[in-house]
Design a protein around this ligand. Structure first.
Ligand SMILES: Nc1nc2c(ncn2[C@@H]2O[C@H](COP(=O)(O)OP(=O)(O)O)[C@@H](O)[C@H]2O)c(=O)[nH]1
Ligand SMILES: [Mg+2]
Length: 197
């Protein structure tokens, strides 16, 4: 899962897990130095601790294991929340390492979900709202066919307009409108993930 800060990546992961019937998640945290650790959270607790503008800036890869009901069985997928990509070479070596770790992980994933905030697209246009690096990654991933955009925060004013602008400026992308907050569009995301995993 990629996307700029504050677009709703973490809330999406937590609420999607809840939508699939989990009442707790196990977060596997992998640091750029190779160290990894696991932490269990009740869903409510995860929402309070991990989302929003807290001090917990993600500088590592955080994965959650999900069992998605599919036909008569279940599909096991691992969904990974990333540190996000930025367009400049950051002065902080920790951040640079986290970004290198994210780029490395991107080469190995089966499916790339790119979360964006369409209200930002309404304001500044698609390319600027996606961010240059994310935009390039998106172009690359699209070639591999395992890519979709989740246009989040569709509950907010201006989101529809942003979505229209996105479709106009980047035609041909597969876009699923969602609200991570209200769990809208999750059925479509689930179907997409099942089709490609
Ligand atoms: N209205 C609205 N707010 C959302 C939605 N998804 C996320 N948010 C809010 O956006 C902020 C950033 O969410 P977070 O998941 O921490 O973003 P991240 O930095 O991409 O991981 C939080 O305050 C969320 O509650 C949504 O669908 N609708
Ligand atoms: Mg986050």
């Amino acid at each position: 899962m990629i996307g700029r800060a504050n677009v709703g990546k973490t809330l999406f992961v937590i609420n999607f897990a809840e939508y699939l019937g989990l009442d707790e998640i196990e977060l596997v945290i992998r640091f750029p130095n190779g160290f990894s650790t696991a932490k269990r959270y009740a869903i409510d607790h995860a929402r309070r601790e991990l989302t929003g503008l807290g001090p917990h800036k993600t500088r590592c890869l955080q994965s959650v294991q999900l069992d998605i009901p599919h036909g008569k069985g279940r599909k096991r997928v691992q969904i990974t929340d990333t540190a996000g990509l930025i367009d400049t070479i950051h002065q902080d070596v920790e951040v640079r390492r986290a970004i290198a770790q994210t780029l490395n992980a991107l080469r190995q994933v089966d499916l790339l979900l790119h979360i964006i905030d369409p209200t930002g697209v309404a304001r500044e246009g698609a390319r600027a709202a996606l961010g240059e690096v994310d935009y390039q990654v998106a172009q690359f991933a699209q070639l591999r066919g395992r890519y979709c955009i989740l246009a989040n925060k569709m509950d907010l004013p201006g989101a529809r307009e942003g979505l229209q602008r996105l479709i106009r400026e980047l035609p041909g992308l597969y876009i699923i409108p969602i609200s991570a907050l209200y769990k809208r569009g999750f059925k479509e995301v689930k179907a997409f993930v099942c089709r490609h995993s």
